[in-house]
Design a protein around this ligand. Structure first.
Ligand code: GDP
Length: 439
């Protein structure tokens, strides 16, 4: 018999309402003990909640979701009570005294949902992302994935592979019989080749899926005092980085999370690049280089003040030159950067244009695609594996059918690992550790 688990599923008290969720075989007993009865399934019931000694703990709503049509697939109970620390503690204490009840571990409700076949692994990952979503596009992508968009896609592909294998097996079994017209197996290859193409097209969206999920990385680089920290602060609209006119203040990489047009943008302020023999500064400069190399976009800042303000240069496609401190150059501007971007962190001039450029760079990554995208490295690696096995089967025209069938089986196994229908035991710990207690 499984333990009955319980946890505070809503945010930290104090709050208007707290939701305590219970799952497992003891739910009916728990509801009856605390509230005096088991509510009608999926109907909220107003209830006095009492401890074992009959003392009133709180008044609130009780809900009952009988198995298997519940989030976890088990009996689930929900208590909606006042969201104070004391109310929550009192009700949790009452639950802890019930036999077979224990506090849930992080992600344990979702784990039970997975184990009971209510969700596949991609949906679990989507749910984890949804709980963390900060931007509109993250929300949409995660909601689609939590709702089974990737699952449907991958399971549909797995079914086509299984069908192909079934045809091959049939041909192997009945190859002696004369009334089989032509080769049954031959008819499956065009579809399987098309499938390999669909997987390849889906993989092309991986970068976009990752950008939506993890953010578009923008690095600010430039000489000390170019105005990097000031620009970061101006864009973040709050003081997050240390701004000072002593060169070399920003020794580490400071990251700010921005919502630009519904997309998460990770804006990174870096140490100014200059000659130095101070080991701390050198480490900062080394980190700047790494940040710039892995960024999706590098904004190279040059102060327009003094030194003629010459800021033109030929840069790599993901680098944009930005002239800073435009408020200091009155009237006639010196040489404009090729990008035409001039900003003043002091007056806010040019900041909207800069954000528009960032936004259009994000759009160029094809992030607005409507088809479900792979969102994690895990998906990409297994999809590659699947496609390679599939292509080996399709192209192996000289191989025995048994070998080609085996390759299709391996391709289907790779898909099964993504959705969690085949051996993923070692993965579960990693995936469920992303959840908080109560989910
Ligand atoms: P960083 O070393 O590149 O991070 O440069 P900071 O952001 O620390 O700025 C260096 C100096 O330039 C500071 O004294 C800022 O106040 C000043 N500064 C930065 N941006 C502007 C701006 O847009 N206008 C003016 N007038 N001064 C600025």
């Amino acid at each position: 018999m499984r333990d009955t688990i319980y946890a505070l599923s809503s945010g930290h008290p104090p709050a208007g309402v707290a939701v305590i969720r219970i799952s497992g075989p003891g739910v009916r007993f728990g509801l009856e003990t605390l509230t005096g009865s088991v509510p009608v399934a999926r109907h909220a019931a107003l209830a006095d909640m009492k401890d074992g000694a009959g003392q009133l703990l709180d008044q609130g709503l009780a809900l009952y979701f009988p198995e298997p049509h519940s989030f976890t697939g088990e009996d689930v109970g929900e208590l909606q009570i006042h969201g104070s620390r004391a109310s929550v503690m009192a009700v949790l204490a009452a639950l802890s005294s019930l036999p077979g009840f224990r506090p849930a571990e992080a992600g344990e409700f979702t784990r039970r949902a997975f184990e009971n076949g209510r969700m596949d692994l991609t949906a679990v990952e989507g749910l984890a992302d949804l709980i963390r979503a900060e931007t509109e596009h993250q929300r949409r992508q995660a909601l689609g994935q939590a709702g089974g968009r990737l699952k449907q896609l991958y399971e549909g592909w797995a079914r086509r592979l299984t069908y192909g294998r079934a045809m091959i097996e049939a041909e192997i079994d009945f190859s002696d019989e004369e009334d089989i017209p032509g080769s049954v197996a031959d008819r499956i290859w065009p579809d399987l080749e098309a499938l390999a193409g669909e997987i390849a097209a889906h993989l092309k969206g991986a970068r976009a899926g990752e950008i939506v999920r993890n953010g578009f990385r923008v690095a600010l680089v430039g000489a000390p005092n170019a105005g990097k920290s000031s620009l970061l602060n101006a864009l973040a609209d709050r003081d997050v980085a240390i701004v000072s006119d002593i060169p070399g203040t920003t020794r580490d990489v400071i990251e700010v999370r921005l919502d630009v047009g519904g997309h998460l943008v990770l804006l990174m302020d870096t140490a100014g690049i200059h000659d130095s023999d101070n080991p701390v500064e050198l480490e900062g400069i080394r980190r700047t280089m790494t940040t710039a190399e892995t960024a999706d976009l590098v904004l190279e800042l040059r102060s327009l003040e003094g030194a003629g303000g010459a800021v033109d240069a030929v840069l790599a496609p993901n680098r944009i030159l930005v002239g800073t401190k435009s408020d200091l150059v009155e009237g006639s501007l010196p040489d404009l950067p090729a990008s035409g971007l001039l900003v003043s962190s002091k007056t806010g001039d040019g900041l909207d244009d800069l954000l528009a450029v960032i936004s259009s760079r994000i759009s160029e990554m094809d992030v607005a695609r409507n088809d479900p995208l792979p969102t994690r490295d895990r998906h990409v690696l297994l999809l590659e594996e699947c496609r390679m096995d599939l292509m080996a089967a399709v192209l192996g025209t000289g191989d025995p059918l048994e070998i080609r069938s085996e390759r299709l089986r391996m391709a289907a196994t790779a898909l099964g690992r993504i959705t969690g229908s085949v051996d993923v035991e070692e993965l579960l710990g990693v995936i469920f550790s992303e959840f908080c207690v109560g989910k």
